[in-house]
Design a protein around this ligand. Structure first.
Ligand code: ADP
Ligand code: MG
Length: 424
C-alpha cells in the first residue's frame, strides 16, 4: 500500500484572542488528496483554525506544516501557492470588477512589477467557467447578490491553483441548487485534480455524506477525527452540538444521515396521535429546511407530505427515511410544470400547508407560487419565518415580494419550528 504524502500537519496548536483561549492543543495531520469536513457548533473555533493554517491569523503556539514546511518559514506568496481560502465573508473596500477580483487570486504568481501572462488569464477564465460567473465578468463586485459574490470569491480561490482548498462555509449564501452544485465541484476538484479539500460546511448532511474524514470540534478541542461511519452517532452529536438527533442510513443511497429529533415538550398521548392522523399537512421542501418539520409532524402522528424537492436534497433523504410521500425534481433542474402540478395536487388534498425557511432561487420559485395559490383557495398556511426572507431571496426581489403577499393574504407566521404544533 502506497503511503500518501502528508500535506498538512498541525501539532499542539494553542491560540487565544486576548486572554481567551479558543484552540486548545490541536494536533492532526491530513494526507494529500483528502476531503475533510470540520464540524462543530458556533464559536467552537472552526474559522480560527482555518485562518491559522492559511496564515491569515498569527500568534499561535505549536507548529503548523504545509507541504512539509513550517509555515513560519514561508512568506505570504509561498503560502498562497499552497493554500487558498474561501472565507465566510468578504467585503473588498474598492469597487473591482468580477474579472479583476478573480485575477487577484493570481497575485502569488505575478512578480511585483510584472504583468499578467497567458497562464494567469487561462487560470482566471478556467476558474470563472467552473463557478459559472463568466457572463458577468465585467460587472462590479459590489453590485452582485450575496450568492454571486460567493461564487466570485470561490473563483478567486480556484485561480490561485493551490493544492489545498480551505473552505469556511463557502455555500451558506447559496440557494440549494448551488450548494449541491458546489459540493459536486469540490468533489470533482478532489477526484480529478487531487486537491485536498478541508471545509467547514453549512449543511451537516452534505458534509458527512461527501467527506472521507470528519473533525468534530468542541470548545476549541478535537472531540474526534475519523470517518463518518466511525464517529458520527447520536451520542457524539449530542456531546458536541447538544442536540438530539436521529442518525440513520438512507435506504436508497445507504449514506449516513443526521436529522433533528423534536421533543414537542408535551406528552400528547396515543389518542391525540390517532386524531392527528386525520390532519393532512403538506410541507414545502428545499435545502434541508423541511427536514426538522417533517420529523416533528411525523413523530406527532400527522399525515405528512412534502414537495417539490430536488433529487439530491437532504429533505428528500428525510422524506424517504420517514416514508413520507413527496414530489421530486431532477438535480439542478428547475421545477417543471409536471412536478409543480403534482405538488398542487398534494396541496389541494391537504388541510394545512407549511412553508419552512427555504432559500429561493429561480429554480424553486414556483414552490412559492404554489403556496400563493394555496392561500388564494382558502387553505390554512403556516410560514416559518426563521430567517429574513431578504437573505433567502436569490431571485432579485421577486421571491420576497410574493412571500410578503402570502403573509398579507393571511398566512400564519411563526418564528420557529417549535411554534408550529400550536397552530395545527
Ligand atoms: P466558529 O468558526 O467555530 O464559529 P470562531 O473560530 O469564529 O468559531 O470563534 C471561536 C471563538 O473565538 C468564539 O468564542 C469567538 O467569539 C472568538 N473570536 C472569534 N474571532 C474573534 C476576534 N477577532 N476577537 C476576539 N474573539 C474572537
Ligand atoms: Mg466560523
Amino acid at each position: 500500500m502506497s503511503r500518501k504524502r502528508k500535506i498538512l500537519s498541525v501539532k499542539n496548536l494553542d491560540f487565544s484572542y486576548n486572554q481567551n483561549k479558543v484552540l486548545d492543543n490541536i494536533s492532526f495531520s491530513v494526507e494529500e488528496g483528502s476531503f475533510i469536513s470540520i464540524l462543530g457548533p458556533n464559536g467552537s473555533g472552526k474559522s480560527t483554525l482555518v485562518n491559522l493554517i492559511s496564515k491569515v491569523l498569527r500568534g499561535y503556539e505549536g507548529k503548523i506544516e504545509v507541504g512539509g514546511r513550517d509555515i513560519e518559514e514561508l512568506d505570504s506568496k509561498d503560502i498562497a501557492k499552497m493554500v487558498a481560502v474561501v472565507p465566510q465573508y468578504t467585503n473588498p473596500g474598492f469597487s473591482f470588477t468580477v474579472a479583476e477580483m478573480v485575477m487577484m487570486g493570481r497575485h502569488p504568481y505575478i512578480s511585483r512589477f510584472g504583468t499578467e501572462g497567458k497562464e494567469d488569464f487561462d487560470a482566471v477564465s478556467g476558474a470563472m467557467e467552473k463557478t459559472e460567473i463568466l457572463p458577468f465578468s465585467n460587472r462590479k463586485f459590489t453590485e452582485l447578490s450575496g450568492g454571486e459574490k460567493q461564487r466570485v470569491i470561490m473563483a478567486q480561490a480556484l485561480a490561485q491553483d493551490s493544492s489545498i482548498l480551505l473552505l469556511d462555509e463557502p455555500t451558506s449564501h447559496l440557494d440549494i441548487n448551488f450548494q449541491i452544485e458546489f459540493m459536486n465541484l469540490f468533489l470533482s476538484l478532489n477526484k480529478k485534480e487531487n486537491k485536498t479539500i478541508i471545509g467547514i460546511f453549512h449543511d451537516v448532511n452534505l458534509a458527512i455524506q461527501n467527506s472521507k474524514k470528519i473533525m468534530l470540534l468542541k470548545e476549541g478541542r478535537i472531540f474526534n477525527f475519523g470517518s463518518g461511519e466511525d464517529i458520527i452517532n447520536r451520542e457524539s452529536i449530542k456531546s458536541v452540538f447538544g442536540s438530539d438527533v436521529f442518525v440513520g442510513r438512507n435506504p436508497v443511497t445507504k449514506k449516513l444521515y443526521v436529522s433533528p429529533v423534536f421533543n414537542p415538550g408535551v406528552d400528547r398521548g396515543i389518542s391525540s396521535q390517532t386524531a392527528n392522523k386525520y390532519l393532512r399537512v403538506h410541507i414545502i421542501g428545499g435545502g434541508g429546511a423541511a427536514s426538522p418539520v417533517m420529523n416533528l409532524l411525523h413523530s406527532s402522528g400527522y399525515t405528512v407530505s412534502c414537495g417539490v424537492i430536488n433529487t439530491l436534497d437532504t429533505d428528500l433523504d428525510t422524506a424517504q427515511m420517514l416514508g413520507i410521500p413527496y414530489v421530486t425534481e431532477a438535480p439542478f433542474s428547475p421545477i417543471s410544470f409536471v412536478s409543480q402540478n403534482k405538488n398542487i395536487e398534494f396541496i389541494k388534498s391537504s388541510d394545512v400547508i407549511i412553508l419552512p425557511a427555504v432559500e429561493f432561487g429561480s429554480g424553486n420559485f414556483s414552490n412559492l407560487v404554489s403556496v400563493k395559490e394555496a392561500i388564494n383557495s382558502g387553505k390554512k398556511v403556516i410560514v416559518i419565518d426563521e430567517k429574513n426572507i431578504r437573505e433567502r431571496d436569490h431571485t432579485g426581489g421577486k421571491a420576497e415580494k410574493l412571500y410578503r403577499r402570502i403573509i398579507e393574504d393571511g398566512a400564519i407566521v411563526v418564528k420557529s419550528i417549535n411554534q408550529v404544533l400550536r397552530h395545527l
